[in-house]
Write a protein that binds this ligand. Sequence first.
Ligand code: PGA
Length: 257
Amino acid sequence: MDQKKFCIVGNWKMNADASEALAIVSKSLSYKTLLEKYDRLITAVLCPPFPFINLVKDMSLGMKISVGAQDCHDQEQGAFTGDVSARMLASLGCTHVIIGHSERRRFHQETNQQISQKIQVSLKNNLIPIICIGETEEEKNQGQTFRVLARQLEECLPQEKLAGKSFVIAYEPVWAIGSGKIPQNKEILDIHHYIYQYLLKFFKTQLFAVIYGGSVKPENAGGISSIKLVDGLLVGGASLKADLFFDIIQKAYASRA
Ligand code: PGA
């Protein structure tokens, strides 16, 4: 199998103000050489809130770090007050966009159908969608994990539109997000294997990555990164401190180099 670049995404969620955002990126600048050294193996992506995309983009110019967004609207443009389009993001230099995060599904009632539409509009604008799927604690306890994932994959992925495009699936067990709990390595392996089996029916392995998210910290980053079929990490809380985020990147690199 081709060696895929390991993709580490920082999701700031709705945190930081302008001066804090500036402080995080300023601190990140001290890791410029490290990112250059790791570039062969690692793709790093920062997804700040919309108002800070420009700031992060400008400040990280010349650094081997990509900038993405946490969401986009499902339509190209129009009378959608307060919303942000994939086209706007692309025009700011974003390369990635997180779609269907469980917090969007939960607090904004996003459906799989809307997520599918968002994926299409992001592809049309040459953004790489980072598509989040995952089961809740209740679904896990009821032994529904694989059924839930299958349904999300089936309903969210616009197969014909995704063919030939790069995309990322982020497996994020909802119960692991922000909780400090993570699945056993074997569970992550089994689930990533399941997702791979599903994707390989339709897509070429070089074009997709399956990454893990949920309570990733420097302490567990090396272990999770060394699990087969884990192609990257989606990091929430720990991406708000540059030292922690880059520690995670270093641990991931060390476990893969
Ligand atoms: P966490 O969040 O790392 O804070 O658990 C992950 C995510 O929601 O993307």
